[in-house]
Design a protein around this ligand. Structure first.
Ligand SMILES: [Fe+2]
Ligand SMILES: [Fe+2]
Length: 268
């Protein structure tokens, strides 16, 4: 019995959809899907149904692409409304979401599905918050999230992120049994020093929040799973393993390996 993790399936791409369809069944194993499944709600629902039929248990947390209000958003007025619809679709497929009780690995850690978002705080200290988009635009690096995510009723992503972080922090502090560790799962890296994107350094403000910097220690994480960067790697901080588990766009992975070749083993 294994716990697998992957993110950034980006199923809008035909090659990525074909790779998903070719994934062999793993009926004894669990699968973590750490965001950026796709933009379309109907394709998302289809993918969740498919994966739920392939694994004993599937656990999902959203990425920024799920929150985009594009054509496939089925008329949602805000990304918060679309998030509610995504949660409902995942639940219909039997897939665990950040809004559900945290699943517990048999005799092991709690697998905490986080959706903390981003708040532009991954930026150099000399760049004030109000200048961050202009600063990124100097290198034509403004996140598409600026145009396609509408966080209403929150005033901005900063406010949505603050609320998400406070709620997750309170929940973990209250629900984590004494002495039990965690596998923390989030689309975004929990720490700024894990954001290494040399080709697009000024994309960092759209990559997470400093609020989660010490959560791996605070909540006794053995492993932290994230995606978003499309830079697959393993890092260690304070004895905790950090796994970036992106698949990415078609040009970023090798079709000869198949999707199964990109599932990361994060079994506790
Ligand atoms: Fe992605
Ligand atoms: Fe992403």
């Amino acid at each position: 019995m294994k716990l697998w993790a992957i993110s950034d399936l980006h199923l809008a791409g035909a090659a990525n959809r074909a790779a998903l369809r070719a994934l062999p069944p793993c009926p004894a194993d669990w699968l973590i899907v750490a965001g950026d499944v796709c933009e379309s709600l109907s394709l998302f629902a289809e993918a969740m149904q498919f994966l739920a039929g392939r694994f004993a248990r599937v656990l999902w947390t959203p990425g920024n692409h799920e929150l985009w209000l594009t054509e496939g958003a089925a008329g949602h007025a805000s990304s918060t409304a679309k998030y509610a619809a995504l949660v409902a679709a995942a639940r219909r497929a039997g897939v665990a979401t950040p809004e559900d009780p945290y699943p517990r690995w048999p005799d092991g850690p709690v697998v905490a599905l986080l959706f903390t978002g981003f708040d532009y705080s991954f930026r150099p200290p000399e760049v004030p918050r109000e200048d961050v988009v202009r600063w990124a635009a100097e290198t034509r690096c403004v996140g598409t999230d600026e145009h396609l995510i509408r966080p209403a009723p929150f005033a901005d992503m900063d406010a949505w992120c603050a609320e998400r972080c406070a709620a997750a922090h309170a929940r973990l502090a209250a629900e984590l049994p004494p002495g039990v560790g965690t596998v923390l799962v989030n689309h975004y890296p929990l720490r700024r020093d894990l954001v290494r994107i040399p080709r697009i350094p000024r994309y960092s403000p759209w990559c997470g929040t400093v609020r989660t910097e010490d959560w791996h220690l605070r909540f006794r994480a053995a492993v932290v799973v994230s995606g978003h960067l499309h830079v697959r790697r393993t890092d260690w901080r304070d004895g905790t393993r950090f796994e970036e588990v992106s698949l990415g766009y078609a040009r970023q992975w090798d079709s000869a390996r198949g999707l199964a070749g990109y599932l990361r083993d994060v079994t506790p």
